[in-house]
Write a protein that binds this ligand. Structure first.
Ligand code: MN
Length: 206
């Protein structure tokens, strides 16, 4: 918002169809962040769901992957923050290394935070995650519409693992018939390849 106001005069003086000067932050753009869903064929097959929050990718391991069916409550276990560059990672992590196995970029796009408090006022997205309930609108190639992440179990010092649910909000993009694809047949949105193809071809340096 503030960025846009600061650039109002700059934008008013220019026609960006005619000049190649940078446009800077456009309306709405400041509210958009990236998301990525990778499929990771590690010791157990899972999806890695990541949302850009601040300068990192907040990450959850989702064994069954995100569903388009609002009735599916998908377990999502938090994992460590990943660097933003990780959204492009597709390839093979060597056997014996942390997370050893094959990774494809199944889906990526942008999301808009939709978290509100009980009075309907917007809550900063990072804050809503800290409180344990965040909603967001995905604009991807395969995933569209609103999703919610809700923490249902706190982590414990004794070893109990923090756990969340990833659920499709019932909106016009909900689809009870589509669900989630078979990860072994799914294709990368980045390269069109399956896990098996990436495993045999290795990391693509495109
Ligand atoms: Mn993983």
């Amino acid at each position: 918002m503030a960025d846009r106001d600061r650039l109002q005069t700059y934008h008013g003086k220019r026609d960006f169809n005619r000049t190649r000067e940078p446009r800077g932050v456009r309306e709405g753009e400041a509210e958009e962040s990236h998301f990525v869903v990778q499929i990771h064929d590690a010791s157990t097959m899972h999806f890695d769901f990541r949302l850009q929050v601040g300068g990192v990718l907040k990450s959850w391991s989702v064994p069954k992957g995100p569903s388009t069916d609002p009735k599916d409550k998908r377990l999502a276990v938090p994992t460590e923050d990943h660097p933003l560059e990780y959204e492009d990672f597709e390839g093979v992590i060597a056997e014996g290394e942390y997370g050893g196995g094959t990774v494809i970029v199944w889906e990526r796009g942008t999301y808009r935070p939709r978290s509100h408090d009980r009075r309907g006022r917007p809550v900063p997205f990072g804050e809503s995650l800290e409180r344990g309930h965040a909603t967001f609108w995905l604009d991807g190639s395969k995933l569209h519409g609103e999703y919610a992440l809700t923490r249902f179990r706190d982590g414990e010092a004794g070893g109990g693992k923090e756990a969340w649910l990833l659920v499709k909000v019932d909106d016009e993009h909900a689809d009870v018939d589509r669900g989630t694809p078979d990860p072994r047949r799914a294709r990368s949105v980045r390269s069109g390849r399956t896990l098996r193809q990436v495993a045999s071809q290795g990391t693509e340096h495109a």
